[in-house]
Design a protein around this ligand. Structure first.
Ligand code: NAP
Ligand code: G4F
Length: 324
């Protein structure tokens, strides 16, 4: 039975990846950081099937100890300060976790067992002010936030460890992917959760920032499979994972409110607080390399994704559940 270590297992992707690896027969070890309240709500349903260990991307000793003790075959590095907006008020913490954290874990792998295969959660945010449409593996980076800058560092240090030490290091350049488990502060979930509250008479306003930016939104459940496929390749390479379609925040509003029988113009207020100092206007990826090499393709359309998220939020509120 192969062993996989997932950092960031309490997050959206970590929970889907853990579920997927269990179906593939893996022993799953998840790294969690110490918090004053338990935040295992996304993994409660599989907690008896996985092992949770304590560690932090800011603490290299904890990473070394976890690798020594569990000797994973594969490491999926999903842990990061992942919210772009927070990266402006917290640029140093973002750099510590999202950039230097990658070096800490890569070097811990090099010291403990350099044959461990490594996946790095790179991001389409690295393309930022895009130099090419659609964006491909070879498109130059131009990050537009401290988060994007940190991810560029994480990306290149992953490439560097591959080239310096001949390690099996892969960087997945994933475009935005969403689900009913998406954090409530990201725009998609913020919208679908508020649509559900409005529909159930619990709210009558949604405050947002820039409605014109465009994203290539896919389903997180599809994207974690691509992470695994990348590590099964004989030769480590980097891949863009995307749907190849792009929609604006406006489009998302239309679809989400429309699905609930509502008109977003009656509820949405633009609020300066949610505007960013520098914006990424247009992201759309070209996933053809992943299609050719990995046989990967998305299975959920934009419309299906939005409807899935709205339906899940309405059901969750009706059942009195705490938002995941
Ligand atoms: P997420 O829901 O925000 O999860 C982030 C995870 O990282 C959480 O488990 C969090 O733990 C953990 N974490 C944060 N700081 C840590 C630290 N110092 N030490 C240990 N763990 C720490 O993010 P996601 O959407 O699942 O994304 C997973 C990864 O993919 C991230 O690296 C993100 O930047 C990247 N990515 C995401 C997307 C996307 O569209 N979702 C696209 C491209 C790349 P807590 O639960 O304790 O906070
Ligand atoms: O949902 P967002 O916060 O996601 P963003 O910034 O694209 O980042 C996400 O995707 C990246 C991949 O490209 C990941 F690497 C990253 O970790 C994260 O998962 O914002 C999407 C767009 C932005 O243009 C933002 O300005 O929505 C716009 N927006 C408008 N009003 C808003 C809001 N975003 C948020 N979060 N909240 C708003 O009220």
């Amino acid at each position: 039975m192969p062993t996989a270590l997932i950092t960031g297992i309490t997050g959206q992707d970590g929970s889907y990846l853990a579920e997927f690896l269990l179906t593939q027969g893996y022993k799953v070890v998840g790294m969690v950081r110490r918090t004053s309240t338990v935040n295992f709500h996304r993994i409660t349903h599989i907690q008896d099937k996985i092992s949770l260990v304590s560690g932090d991307m800011l603490d290299q000793i904890s990473l070394l100890n976890i690798l020594e003790e569990h000797r994973p075959d594969e490491v999926y590095n999903l842990a990061a300060q992942s919210f772009v907006q927070t990266s402006w008020p917290q640029p140093v913490f973002t750099g510590e976790a999202t950039a230097l954290g990658v070096t800490r874990i890569l070097d811990a792998i090099r010291l403990v067992d350099p044959t461990i295969r490594f996946y790095q959660a790179s991001s389409s945010e690295m393309f930022g002010k895009v130099k090419e449409v659609p964006q491909r593996e070879v498109t130059p980076f131009y990050p537009r936030s401290p988060y994007g800058v940190a991810k560029v560092y994480g990306h290149w240090i992953t490439v560097n460890y591959r080239e310096s030490y001949n390690m099996h290091c892969t960087s997945g350049i994933l475009f935005n992917h969403e689900s009913p488990r998406r954090g409530l502060e990201f725009v998609t979930r913020k919208i679908t959760h508020e649509v559900a509250r409005i529909k159930l008479g619990l709210s009558n306003e949604l405050r947002l920032g820039n409605l014109d930016s465009r994203r290539d939104w896919g389903f997180a459940g599809d994207y974690v499979k691509a992470m695994w496929l990348m590590l099964q390749r004989g030769t480590p390479e980097d891949y863009v994972i995307a749907t190849g379609e792009t929609y604006s925040v406006n489009d998302f509003l239309n679809e989400a409110f429309g699905h609930a029988g509502l008109d977003w113009h009656d509820y949405v207020v633009q609020d300066q607080r949610f505007m960013r100092p520098a914006e990424v206007d247009l992201l759309v990826g070209d996933p053809s390399k992943a299609g050719a090499d990995l046989g990967w393709e998305p299975t959920v359309t934009f419309k299906e994704l939005v409807q899935m998220m709205v339906d899940a939020d309405i059901e969750m509120l009706q059942n009195g559940q705490i938002p995941m």
